[in-house]
Design a protein around this ligand. Structure first.
Ligand code: FES
Length: 697
């Protein structure tokens, strides 16, 4: 069975940094490349494989992958998260969640999962696919955990959660909602052979400062949960001060604004450069009108007659937290002041509610009041009971909890089969080296495609989703920025004749000659394909563009182009120029049915062999559409393509087929909409020549 929880199939070679940084080790390069070539269903399949919640992650993942993206060393990281969202939006989730995923024969053993957040759902998904009978217990009315009761609607509409979690039932997972588990031993006594505790971090914390217990001093988690449960909270005219500077604090502040607060401000220990919330979240909150007060510690909630008037603060130089959890800081003398507010919301952290753990201490806790586990297996100190996610690590990211869910599922399966759970956990993958400055200097800059958002004046009054998603053309442009790290050229040493062609043609100065053969360092290669197409010994192949794949595409395209007695025309179109300004489907739809195109990322990848194959399969005419000279993303990929076209034209003459059957077009993105007109010149010439003599019926 193709087992999602089994990552032993991860390739041994170094992986792109984005894939290594993703706790679930998602094949980012794979799904982005699929989007770049317009194969959206394949993109969804790749993004879905290691992650049962790609749609949710595409909207709210903290995307550590983007922090590591090597494009960030050139200009800005690829919009990986937004592209995952796009890929998922192209797949009709209502028609099934996991195309092609297998489910093992049913097993007898029952497994209980406590908590339906991302960790619990992932473990449930994996264990159900392994054939176990899985029951998920959820304390609240709906599944999703903190995704459902912590993340505001304007970031994650609840339909997204429902759409993505509902199909888990099709795998046989039973959900028991509105049921808070209070006795883990009772679950084991009930016949559950293993238990996974994924209870999240639902309890907010207050500082013990004077007046912190007044009615108008609230907690982050409770506030967000009340809003998520649909309680009508009217903050019109209120002045809200949020204590804390993390992502949850930002959620609280922006939610307060949307509930009508007249003023919302935030204050935290950190400076404007060290505030822990994501920079984009801070920016969006400030745009919406949230005021930030940095470098402050809180001494007292100021109140008169039980009514909150503000928070007495002191300016500090904050250096971080000590191992004890206490802040390491100096207070500046004579800087005491009051930040005004009539409602204060603490958002300084949160932890799990572990009151349900056995009183006998058989499930040990850490000094930080989280569940103690073996970090490799996630086994607690009680046999058969495992734990993961925020209840173990403290507040983390959704994708961390998903990774923990996979780990727990592997461990539970091993435990139930009498194996050592540590033995089934895969090793951490190796990462590609950084790009060298020399390589970076040759990479063309491409502006990051920002996702459209609701206008700020509109969004701060509504819980409507702020981010609107990419159009197809935007997604493809965003995907084109991926450097496809590590998926470039491979040299077959026994074929290499050390002619130095690859060294000469590489626009990135990557190939070397070592010990008598060419070497293309995998961590620097930009996968432009020029060396592979130019190598006279055919000693170089491309990881992402195999000759077999291309030849299959050519055969299919020729078959489709044989239409209604018209000349069969096949084109190789560079995706950078041919569809840069337009939706590829719009351009393709404008072409007559006898013209079929094969998309390539740069015409530098179009081998003379492909042109000849098109004729061999029966095309009457063939064209290559590349960028304008000087505009190629791989410096001279289009120039090399033009030379190959000229070479094959010569062969066509020698074969008495007529060289006018083959044409190279150099097109600006603006000309792409007129591709039909451009190609009509070729069709006219081909008609004059008549059907290709090689053409079979
Ligand atoms: Fe378009 Fe090279 S990028 S031809």
């Amino acid at each position: 069975m193709s087992n999602l929880s089994d990552r032993s199939t991860l390739p041994a070679e170094p992986l792109p940094p984005c894939q290594v940084a993703c706790p679930a080790h998602t094949d980012v390069r794979g799904y982005i490349h699929a989007i770049a070539r317009g194969d959206f269903e394949e993109a969804y399949r790749i993004a879905r494989e290691p992650n049962p919640l790609p749609y949710i992650c595409g909207k709210v993942c903290a995307h550590p992958c983007e922090t590591e993206c090597r494009r960030g060393d050139v200009d800005e990281p690829v919009a990986i998260c937004a592209l995952k969202r796009f890929a998922t939006e192209q797949h009709d989730l209502s028609k099934g969640h996991a195309p092609g995923l297998t489910v093992a024969e049913p097993k007898e053993e029952k497994v209980a999962i406590v908590g339906s957040g991302p960790g619990g759902l992932t473990a449930a998904h994996d264990l159900a696919r392994m054939g176990y009978k899985v029951t998920v217990f959820e304390a609240y009315p709906k599944v999703g955990g903190m995704m459902q009761y912590g993340i505001p609607l304007y970031r994650l509409p609840r339909e997204t959660i429902d759409l993505e979690t509902a199909p888990l039932k099709d795998l046989g997972v039973e959900f028991v909602t509105n049921q808070r588990v209070t006795d883990v031993d009772a679950l084991l006594a009930d016949g559950y052979k293993a238990v996974f505790l994924a209870v999240g971090s639902h309890v907010g914390r207050k500082l013990r400062i004077p007046n912190a217990d007044l009615p108008d001093v609230w907690l982050n988690t409770e506030f967000l949960r009340r809003v998520a449960l649909g309680e009508k909270i009217d903050l019109r005219g209120r002045h809200v001060l949020v204590l804390g500077g993390g992502n949850v604090a930002i959620d609280v502040a922006r939610t307060a604004l949307r509930l009508g607060a007249a003023e919302v401000s935030m204050t935290c220990l950190e400076s404007c450069t060290t505030q822990p919330a994501h920079p984009w979240e801070i920016k969006e909150a400030v745009e919406e009108g949230v005021q930030m007060f940095h470098d402050r510690t809180f001494k007292e909630i100021v109140a008169e007659n039980g009514k909150v008037k503000g928070v007495r603060c002191v300016k500090v130089n904050f250096r971080g937290f000590l191992p004890t959890g206490a802040p390491d800081m100096d207070e500046f003398p004579e800087t005491e002041h009051v930040l005004p507010a009539d409602l204060v919301i603490f958002a300084i952290g949160q932890g799990p509610d572990l009151s349900f753990l056995p009183q006998d201490g058989s499930i040990a806790q850490t000094p930080r009041r989280t569940i103690q586990v073996n970090p490799v297996t996630l086994a607690t100190t009680k046999p058969g009971v495992f734990a993961g996610g925020d209840a173990v690590t403290g507040v983390g990211f959704i994708i961390d909890a998903i990774a923990a869910g996979h780990r727990a599922a592997r461990s539970i399966d091993a435990y139930l089969r009498g194996l050592d759970p540590a033995s089934v956990q895969p090793p951490e993958p190796q990462k590609l080296n950084d790009l060298q400055q020399k390589t970076i200097s040759h990479i063309r800059h491409l502006k990051r495609e920002e996702m459209p958002m609701l206008d700020v004046n509109q969004r701060k009054f509504t819980f409507d989703e702020v981010y609107l998603g990419y159009t197809e053309a935007q997604a493809i442009r965003a995907a084109h920025r991926c450097l496809t790290c590590g998926a470039g050229a491979r040299v077959e040493e026994t074929k290499c004749i050390a002619c130095l062609t690859c060294v000469r043609v590489c626009p990135y100065e990557v190939p070397l000659l070592a010990r008598g053969t060419a070497n293309v360092p995998v961590d620097q290669c930009q996968a432009c394909g020029i060396c592979a197409t130019e190598c006279p010994a055919k000693a170089i192949s491309m990881k992402l563009y195999s000759d077999e794949d291309m030849i299959k595409q050519i055969r299919d395209a020729v078959r489709k182009a044989k239409y209604n007695g018209e000349p069969a025309i096949v084109g190789f179109a560079c995706r950078y120029c041919a569809y840069a300004g337009e939706d590829a489907n719009v351009v393709k739809a404008s072409l007559p049915a006898n013209v079929q195109t094969i998309d390539v990322l740069c015409t530098g990848k179009v081998d003379a062999l492909y042109l000849l194959k098109a004729f061999e399969f029966g095309a009457d005419g063939v064209f290559v559409a590349g960028c304008l000279e000087g505009e190629c993303h791989n410096d001279k990929g289009n120039v090399h393509a033009a030379k190959r076209v000229a070479y094959v034209k010569g062969l066509l003459d020698e074969l008495a087929l007529g060289n006018a059957r083959l044409e190279m077009f150099h097109m600006s993105p603006d000309q792409c909409a007129n591709m039909a007109e451009v190609v009509s010149t070729l069709i006219t010439k081909v008609k004059e020549l008549g059907p290709s003599p090689v053409r079979r019926s």
